[in-house]
Ligand binder design. Structure first.
Ligand code: GRF
Length: 197
């Protein structure tokens, strides 16, 4: 059973999708820790409601200690808005997953987070966008891509509409699928590319 930690900063709807998938046994794993860099993140409430350890952790050294204490194998960044240090990335090489709300390499990198991603997509007038789940490397949003899914956004009238469509129609399912693949031992990384066995 893979021990999973989920790092959040906000409402935690992506976290909730993982909690639900673990509870209905779609994911062969156990969430042993939910940590947030923001004290008021609603995602911490979601974790508590599910009986999962939910902790506000500001300092990365404390976070690393807690991850090791809980013997975490896979870290999932689900709307985590703090920078992940090289130290943490090296400790968990190809064992930190992130979900980004665009089709990387479009609309990603420093400054592209939350609604800003969709503002750029809206302004550029792209007709499709979507989400990407990738392993975290020292290059922001630059790690090996695990899964991507595109959706039609040509009728969207605002960036918020794009965000809502991608979050609810793509992200939640895509992140669960990626975590499931990892827990089923089906992900391999060769030369920075992910092979799904
Ligand atoms: C959303 O903006 C999502 O696109 C991105 O980070 C945020 C997380 O939302 N991955 P939530 O906290 O999971 O609801």
């Amino acid at each position: 059973m893979v021990k999973i930690a989920v790092l959040i900063s906000g409402s935690g709807t992506n976290l909730q999708s993982i909690i639900d998938a673990v509870q209905n046994k779609e994911i062969n794993g156990e969430i042993v820790l939910v940590a947030s860099n923001r004290k008021k993140a609603y995602g911490l409430e979601r974790a508590k409601n599910a009986g999962i350890k939910a902790e506000w952790i500001k300092d990365e050294e404390v976070l690393i200690k807690r991850l090791q204490e809980e013997q975490v194998e896979l870290i999932v960044l689900a709307g985590y808005l703090a920078i992940v240090s090289e130290k943490l990335i090296n400790l968990y090489e190809n064992r930190i997953m992130n979900i980004h709300p665009s089709l990387i390499p479009s609309f990603c990198g420093p400054g592209f987070y939350g609604i800003h991603v969709h503002e750029h997509a809206f302004k550029r007038g792209v007709k499709v966008s979507g989400a990407t789940v990738h392993f975290v490397s020292t290059v922001v949003d630059g790690g090996p891509i695990i899964l991507q899914k595109a959706i039609d956004i040509k009728d969207a009238k605002t960036p918020e509409e794009i965000q809502e469509k991608i979050l609810n129609n793509v992200e939640h399912k895509l992140l669960v699928e990626a975590v499931k693949l990892y827990c089923d031992g089906k992900l391999e990384v060769e030369n920075e590319r992910v092979i799904i066995k």
